[in-house]
Design a protein around this ligand. Structure first.
Ligand SMILES: C[S@@+](CC[C@H](N)C(=O)[O-])C[C@H]1O[C@@H](n2cnc3c(N)ncnc32)[C@H](O)[C@@H]1O
Length: 221
């Protein structure tokens, strides 16, 4: 059952943060191309996390043309390292950053984010995991040693299909095995990620039902 009444939901929509000019342009592009951006509700959480951590450096796994990065910048982050294996998306991101004058604050690294992260030492104040769900846990394992106490990891699309939520519920409730077929890779990826961050004493995690669902973990040791 949805805990929000229709009126409550309309109120939240009406009070969501407004886009800046570049974000509005990016949101239009995303609509046109059906490209999945994090959206303003979850974006506002990224902005808040950058503000709360007084972020200097942010690392993103999967940046597209940099919409999520603009939310970190709005929260005062000094630098966002964007990763994208689609050359055209990255170039579009660079062009937008140049034309709106924030190109000194974003770096677009073209290639597999899982390789790019090896070339960057930490620490990162905030990390966004938003690439292939089947690789979320690998990304988390890569960045955990690069985080200090209080640094944050956000994983997007926790509740965005195609995911077999019944299998996830059965696994969480009764320990029934997660599916392992190729077709179920996204279900398996989200199931193993959430299980791992919940079980790991190095982090505390809350899953927030904003946007497509985000898991927010902070390093506590
Ligand atoms: C959900 S979109 C990212 C949206 C972006 N974070 C935002 O909210 O504006 C995922 C992007 O990750 C890219 N991607 C997927 N796997 C990747 C990988 N292993 N390395 C780099 N980019 C990857 C895809 O090409 C796609 O553009």
């Amino acid at each position: 059952m949805d805990v929000l009444s229709e009126g409550g939901r309309r109120f939240l929509t009406a009070t969501a943060p407004e886009h800046t000019a570049v974000q509005a342009e990016m949101a239009e592009l995303a609509d046109e191309w059906e490209f999945p951006i994090i959206g303003p509700d979850a974006g506002a959480v990224l902005r808040l996390l950058a503000r709360l951590t007084d972020a200097e450096r942010v690392f993103e796994f999967g940046s597209g043309f940099g919409y999520s990065a603009t939310w970190f910048l709005r929260g005062g982050a000094d630098a966002v390292i964007c990763t994208e294996f689609d050359v055209e998306e990255a170039e579009r991101g660079r062009e937008l950053a140049r034309s709106y004058g924030y190109d000194d604050a974003v770096t677009f690294e073209v290639g597999d984010a899982m390789e790019t992260i090896d070339r960057y030492d930490g620490p990162f104040d905030v990390v966004l995991i938003d690439h292939q769900k089947s690789r979320y846990l690998d990304a988390f394992r890569e960045v955990l040693p690069k985080l200090r106490h209080g640094d944050v990891v956000v994983a997007d699309n926790i509740a965005r299909g195609p995911i077999d939520f019944e299998r996830l519920v059965d696994h969480a409730a009764d320990g029934r095995p997660l599916p392992t077929t190729e077709a179920d890779a996204q279900t398996h990826g989200i199931g193993t990620y959430v299980e791992a961050v919940r079980a790991n004493d190095a982090v505390e995690t809350a899953i927030l039902p904003v946007g497509s669902g985000i898991a927010v973990s902070t390093r506590v040791e």
